[in-house]
Design a protein around this ligand. Structure first.
Ligand SMILES: [Zn+2]
Length: 87
């Protein structure tokens, strides 16, 4: 898109949705759940992934990253393979 097009058509610079609408639609928990779901369907090797903010192995299960990760796996009725493999 040429630069002068934005001057001639300023509506192109406007977001397609308002921030208020975007905020309503965006739910981080649902997004994480969907990401995990996608990964399960595509056989992502989650046992090789690590999310813990503290960098602990096994994961601490108490930091926000661990809590969100566990919730996302639970929402998909799956146990985090990282938790299983490190029990
Ligand atoms: Zn952690």
């Amino acid at each position: 898109m040429p630069d002068n097009m934005l001057i001639e058509r300023p509506e192109l610079l406007k977001p397609a949705t308002t921030p208020e609408k975007a905020e309503k639609k965006f739910n981080p928990e649902d997004m994480k759940k969907d990401v995990i779901k996608w990964g399960i369907e595509h056989e992502v090797p989650y046992y090789l992934t690590h999310s813990c903010y503290k960098g602990l192995q096994p994961p601490c299960k108490t930091c926000p990253a661990c809590v969100e990760r566990e919730a996302a796996f639970t929402a998909n009725n799956v146990t985090d393979p990282l938790i299983i493999s490190t029990k």
